[in-house]
Design a protein around this ligand. Structure first.
Ligand code: PMV
Length: 340
């Protein structure tokens, strides 16, 4: 049973190998960031990052993380973030090195990892999702694996739960199956759909999602309602996508995000990622809806809202939020992630 395994045992079971030896000197991969329309919040298994529920996301096609990995002749790994070397004791570097260690066993190779991300790190814009997905795709090349993307999704999940969904463009469903969890793409295009990034705050989040989930699960009286809410919302969002029912999609995604934040706000101590700008923007969205514009929002573990709307409301969105960065998620083929 997966439940009692540690990460190494899980990798051996999932990839069918124990030892991984680099087959190339340098590799590079890109993965898109993703935004959950039905959120993942809480782990059933901390060691293996197995979530309590499934989740469903949309990838920010073309926006994400590029990771270059090269083998170096050195005593320590060298971690670069957006072209600046960071201390190996920095929390980001530690997570990356811990992930690489899972594949190194007792081998002595060291590497340089260059992560370039066009999204603010740790501002609740799923930078860890694209980061660990890109790193996993780099490892596929480094070790010359031929694993399919759902297998790689299980590997990426060990780095960050949401990374499991960052291996495809378009809508992606994360499912729980027999004590395991992995994502698969949803084969449905919705070219008119738009995601707007409202980046009002760029500072690092005060509490990591990992820690926040734990506190919420352990202390919020509302958390026990969460799995049922997700089960209901997942079905509704899948239906909304199948029928291209935008109002149903937007409404359900917004309520799902607010329900997740309600579990956090009622945790002890309370976890509130909201800033003044977050609430101001929520009211702006609701006022525009009262005027008949179908604009919705979602919010992750950070203060920045992501708007969900259709192409017909693009001008309205830009008139109200001139700095809004608009993503067209369906400009690239669905199945062609990302490089193999
Ligand atoms: O994968 P993590 O540990 O960064 O957690 C992601 C949590 C949310 O972004 C809030 C929700 C989600 O499903 O992406």
């Amino acid at each position: 049973m997966v439940v009692s395994m540690n990460k190494q045992q899980y990798l051996e079971k999932t990839l069918g190998e124990k030892q991984f030896s680099p087959q190339k000197d340098s590799v590079k991969a890109f993965a898109p960031s993703n935004i959950a329309l039905c959120k993942y919040w809480g782990k059933d298994n901390e060691e293996l990052n197995i979530p309590v529920t499934g989740s469903l996301s949309i990838s920010l096609t073309g926006m994400g993380t590029e990771t270059a990995l090269s083998i170096i002749d050195a005593k320590h790994d060298a971690i670069f973030l957006n072209q600046t070397q960071i201390d190996n004791n920095n929390s980001f570097a530690k997570r990356v090195i811990a992930f690489i260690n899972l594949f190194r066993g007792d081998q002595q190779w060291r590497c340089r990892i260059d992560t370039k991300s066009d999204i603010p790190i740790a501002a609740g814009l799923a930078s860890s999702a694209s980061g660990f997905a890109a790193l996993t795709l780099s490892l596929q090349q480094l070790f010359n694996w031929q694993h399919d993307l759902s297998t790689l999704s299980r590997v990426a999940r060990l780095g960050s739960g949401s990374a499991a969904r960052s291996l495809w463009n378009g809508f992606v469903l994360m499912q729980l199956k027999e004590d395991d969890a992995f994502a698969t793409p949803i084969n449905k295009k919705w070219p008119e759909l738009r995601i707007g990034l409202l980046i009002a705050e760029e500072e690092q989040k005060p509490i990591s999602s990992r820690e926040a989930m734990q506190v919420t699960m352990n202390t919020s009286p509302f958390y026990k309602t969460w799995p049922d809410i997700v089960e209901r919302d997942l079905t509704t969002i899948e239906e909304a996508i199948a029928q291209k029912d935008f109002i149903l999609l937007g409404k359900t995604a917004e309520q799902n995000a607010l329900a997740m934040h309600a579990t956090m706000l009622t945790a002890q101590p309370s976890i509130c990622y909201w800033k003044t700008s977050t609430i101001e923007n929520m009211h702006k969205v609701w006022a525009l809806r009262d005027q008949g514009h179908h604009i919705y929002f979602t919010e992750d573990a950070g203060p920045n809202l992501k708007l969900i709307f259709l192409a017909e409301d693009e001008e309205k969105v830009l008139a109200h939020w001139p700095v809004c960065q608009i993503i067209q998620p369906f400009t690239l083929p669905l199945q062609a992630v990302v490089n193999k």
